[in-house]
Design a protein around this ligand. Structure first.
Ligand code: OGA
Ligand code: ZN
Length: 376
């Protein structure tokens, strides 16, 4: 936006914009963000904030060649691009290609309506990669189909986004019925809805389960939007919701090689009260050890969320076929499976994770290239 007027106070610059709104910039902010304080190549800040006065004294301001030129009493002159000032709307976050509002779903999401994308265009074109990632971010789940029939085909798609997240189960994992399993997923038993690895300090973000074979009787998949269940609980039972947000519980995994534990709540909110994470895994929840005064209420709250995970109102069911891969935000969407009978056929999923930060970075990079391609 263009500037209509500049008003100089010793400690503040007041910019009046063409739309008649105005923004007050404290001089300490202006000096902290003066382009001269950044490394010319890396654009990282070199300026030492403590080397400045607490409130540098501004003496004049004028517009020249798209910059606001500011002079200070200590002799410093700043050339602040107008775009830098106009991008700053005090109290509002800068725009971010990753800021995709979750669209909550319940049983309205079905095998027929779950977003579906073919693997080949995702691998070949940024435009298709972007469309798939946008949908996955919005709904927390999507299916990629027509994958090549090789174990690494799903990983190739995941790596279009970024680095894989390594965990104590490896960089990739084979979900098959194994002898001597260290995880229920590696058996043929049913897995009720859960999030993976809530016992980690930061549980893995996006999960990729590439189906190579699903020939056995049973073995269907189930999913539910953990944010939708949390929001409904917030409305129906605010006290239960509060306890699930405020009381940390222990989550633990241990085997011969690892003992990984945290205390965290089932529901995590951001500072504005939006649900940003669900940790729910009845198998990995440790022994509840909150004070006895709150334990009965906590159990009531925990069971209320658990009851939602059993309620068909929230449930998406489908049976993955060879060549399909389900991709979901493991910190939002709960997943599970029906038991299967290994005597009736082979079932093999190949899994990996990509953390949310990697996903967000790719979305921002795509916003640069895909929108540049559109503009050209
Ligand atoms: C897992 C898991 C689901 C399945 O590996 O974490 O939940 O369908 N697997 O086997
Ligand atoms: Zn799982």
């Amino acid at each position: 936006m263009t500037i209509d007027d500049l008003l100089v106070h010793p400690d503040t610059l007041v910019v009046t914009w063409a739309d008649n709104t105005s923004t007050s910039f404290p001089t300490i902010w202006l000096r902290d963000n003066c382009p001269s304080g950044l490394h010319p190549q890396t654009h990282e800040r070199l300026l030492d904030l403590l080397a400045l006065d607490a409130s540098p004294v501004l003496t004049s301001a004028q517009i020249a060649h798209g910059d606001v030129v500011l002079s200070y009493e200590d002799g410093h002159a700043s050339h602040m691009p107008v775009a830098l000032l106009s991008a700053d709307r005090r109290g509002q976050r800068a725009s971010d290609a990753d800021a995709i509002a979750p669209q909550l779903w319940r049983a309205d999401m079905t095998a027929a309506t779950v977003p579906r994308y073919a693997a080949a265009p995702i691998l070949a074109e940024d435009h298709a990669l972007n469309a798939w990632m946008q949908a996955t971010a919005k709904y927390g789940i999507a299916i990629v189909d027509h994958l090549e029939d090789r174990t690494s085909a799903g990983v190739d798609v995941a790596q279009r986004i970024g680095f894989l997240r390594e965990t104590n189960f490896g960089t990739t994992f084979e979900v098959i019925n194994k002898p001597d399993p260290n995880n229920l997923a590696y058996t043929s038993v049913a897995l009720p809805l859960h999030t993976d690895l809530p016992n980690q300090e930061v549980p893995p973000g996006y999960q990729f389960l590439h189906c190579l074979a699903n020939e056995a009787t049973g073995g269907g998949s189930l999913f539910a939007d953990g944010f939708a269940m949390a929001e409904d609980l917030r409305t129906e039972d605010p006290e239960a919701f509060r306890l699930l947000c405020e009381v940390p519980i222990p989550f633990r995994f241990n085997d011969r090689d690892a003992d990984i534990r945290v205390y965290e709540p089932v529901i995590t909110l951001d500072r504005s009260g939006e649900v940003i994470e669900i940790r729910y895994n009845a198998h990995l929840a440790g022994i509840f050890d909150m004070p006895s005064e709150i334990m009965p209420d906590y159990y009531r709250a925990y069971r209320a969320y658990m009851a939602k995970t059993r309620d068909p109102k929230y449930r998406l069911t489908l049976k993955l076929k060879g060549g399909e891969m389900v991709v979901f935000d493991n910190r939002r969407v709960l997943h599970g499976r029906d038991s299967f009978d290994p005597a009736t056929g082979f079932r093999h999923l190949h899994g990996c994770y990509v953390d949310r930060g990697e996903f967000s970075s790719r979305l921002r990079m795509l916003a640069r290239t895909v929108s540049a391609a559109k503009a050209a």
